[in-house]
Ligand binder design. Structure first.
Ligand code: NAP
Ligand code: GLV
Length: 306
């Protein structure tokens, strides 16, 4: 097997070495223009030139869960695109989202401000039953997040494309289920893939359906959110604030209003990082499964967009 590696903004060398070590029978090399044809590739946001030159590829392994950047390219419809399937990301996402929900619910930012000012003060405990968390996207990451939130006894709603049934989670699905899901939600966590159907889905019309004092945690993609609509709804007092890990433009430009907004917490697209060792073990395992003719998880449906 010949494996080529092409990353837009990451040095490929450590991956070349580690994949070679994990798969000694393969020939592994970093792609450069004009490089020899490979049959498998490991990529992150490769250029169109890579796809055009590597016309003999059987499968493309994405080193992230989201394949939106990859599906922007002109890909042969028969090319198998495989995304990361957890590989250590779901526990990180559960940590991040639980941290953000609890920080907001327990008003820890307010306590930090008080203690930094040398002030010993109390806030009235909020009612957990009033803090229903709605997780949009109940896939590999969303399911783990929803179940982690249940441990802290928050009421949890879930929203997905197809119908789901998880004990203790009120599940909604499809366009017809969205208004009821939003109306029953105080803290909204977005974990859907970015597709033509979900782009701009966090907008004035949807966010204004959240319960009063609503809070947004966007950990999926920046293009899900209409940024001005979030600011309008925070300024009007309908939304209490937001934790945003992803943005329409990354890195977030220095003059972007989100940096300074008192109701917004910004993190630099770090809620669930790709872990090299876990990811290579998963990808190499899948390449070997394909070689044996076995089925694998995480194959992207080009039509559906995830
Ligand atoms: P996944 O397993 O494919 O799950 C996607 C979920 O979204 C599924 O439950 C799916 O419904 C639902 N969905 C898709 N389109 C929908 C629609 N139009 N309406 C309602 N629900 C819809 O993906 P994942 O591994 O959990 O990852 C989710 C996303 O997280 C990725 O695509 C990526 O953008 C983002 N992510 C961000 C970070 C970060 O660091 N910020 C890290 C990793 C991933 P069905 O179950 O019915 O198909
Ligand atoms: C990160 O954003 C990913 O999609 O894995």
């Amino acid at each position: 097997m010949k494996i080529t590696i092409c990353f837009a903004s990451l040095p490929p060398e450590p991956w070349v070495q580690a994949v070679q070590q994990a798969f000694p029978a393969a020939e592994v090399y970093a792609w450069t223009p004009g490089a020899p044809q490979a049959d498998h590739a490991i990529v992150w946001a490769p250029p169109q030139q890579f796809i055009d030159e590597q016309s003999g590829l059987q499968a493309l392994f994405n080193i992230g869960a989201g394949v939106d950047a990859l599906l922007q390219l002109k890909l042969p419809p028969s090319l198998k695109v495989v995304r990361l399937d957890d590989a250590g990301m779901s526990v990180q996402m559960a940590e991040f989202v639980c941290h953000a929900v609890i920080r907001h619910f327990r008003e820890f930012d307010g306590y930090d401000a008080d203690t930094q000012a040398g002030k010993w003060s109390y806030r009235k405990p909020q009612n957990r039953a009033d803090f229903t968390v709605g997780v949009m996207g109940l896939g590999v990451l969303g399911e783990r997040v929803a179940k982690a939130l249940q441990v802290f006894e928050f009421p949890v709603n879930g929203y997905s494309r197809s119908a789901k049934n998880f004990p203790g989670i009120r599940c909604f699905n499809g366009a017809q289920g969205l208004p009821e899901f939003l109306a029953a939600t105080r803290v909204l966590v977005n974990l859907m893939p970015l597709t033509p159907e979900t782009e701009n889905i966090l907008n004035h019309a949807t966010l204004s359906q959240l319960q009063k004092g609503g809070y947004l945690i966007n950990v999926a993609r920046g293009k899900h959110l209409v940024e001005e609509d979030l600011i309008t709804l925070m300024d009007s007092g309908h939304l209490a604030g937001a934790t945003l890990d992803v943005f329409r433009t990354e890195p977030l430009p220095a003059d972007h209003p989100f940096w300074q907004h008192p109701k917004i917490t910004v993190t630099p697209h770090t809620s669930a990082r790709t872990l090299r060792e876990e990811s290579i073990a998963q990808i190499v395992g899948k390449m070997q499964a394909l070689q044996r003719g076995d089925a694998i998880n995480g194959v992207v449906d080009h039509q559906r967009g995830y």
